[in-house]
Design a protein around this ligand. Sequence first.
Ligand code: KG4
Ligand code: ZN
Length: 354
Amino acid sequence: MENAALSAKLGNNDAVLGATLLLAIESSCDDTSAAVLRGDRVLSNIVAGQEVHRQYGGVVPELASRAHQQHIVPVVHQALEMAGIRKEELDAIAFTVGPGLLGSLLVGASFAKSLALGLDIPLIAVDHMRAHILAHFIKGEQAPPIFPFLCLTVSGGHTQIVKVDSPSMMTVLGRTIDDAAGEAFDKAAKVLGLGYPGGPTIDRLAKQGDPHHFQFATPKAGGMDYSFSGVKTSFLYLIQKLEREAPGFVPANLPDICASYQRHLVTYLLSVLEQAIAETGVKAIALAGGVSANSELRRRFTELAERSGCTSHVPPLEYCTDNAAMIGIAAQFKLAAGDLAGQHTVPMARLKMG
Ligand code: KG4
Ligand code: ZN
């Protein structure tokens, strides 16, 4: 449908963001998710994880796309049912266009395209990283950040600091030059035999440990970039050394190891953000991405905001990890701006923001 026809159908932009009934689909990695939004309100947000990867200690792309194929129909069905609507009532459909695993993205994109074609309604392609940031604008108990704000996005695949001037104007100030923060958690957990994803387990064990017991290398990527490969290697060497010197020491001291490592990663993440606050003079900071579920990061992020005279914005846990509600809110902004996709739109594994 052309933009003019869309406007005629849906009225002016305010009305679009206010009441449009939209189905959003997220399938960029290992969670199949569908959400229904009316404007900025989430009516349902269903997330189906994929247990199949646990035994491999990480996401296996081929298995992920196959699991998406199995999950997508029941997940969408459940999202519509929970929202109490029929698919014929939908005004638009959104999907994640990238970045992510290509096979996984294709499942969500193909499903969304077919449904939009069948219902003859607009299609919106959403950048997963922008959606993590725009999750702050989902209607909730907390007020959304005022523009401009700085967003630290920390997930299993990405780590970046973004200056957000508007829903569409975002500038990446710094990003990781190697691993993502989530990988630093997950790979350490794998070394410790804690399973995948390891971030939540490290977070839980760290609560009983001494965060000052062990030291790790502090990386320096330059500017506002990050690097996690050196920290990860220093972690591996320390664990190997401890086990060599005293077999059984590591499993007996997991809380101290996890607490020290978590503290180290959080200190590093926030030190670069603090530098970004100083260099930009921006007075609002936000967290996004799966790692923002980390309890120590949330606590110390709020402390940093208070120390720096910034307002702090931390999303509810359900909107931190991958979910379709964030794709939905990002889509509502795009729809309001008349920024539509079409049947020709193809997913991109390496979509780069900005
Ligand atoms: O955003 P997300 O759900 O998926 C990606 O787009 O990558 O992030 C997943 C990442 C995983 O690396 C997971 O270990 C990490 O978020 N994570 C955590 C916690 N909860 C999830 N890391 C540290 N502490 C947590 N509580
Ligand atoms: Zn994500």
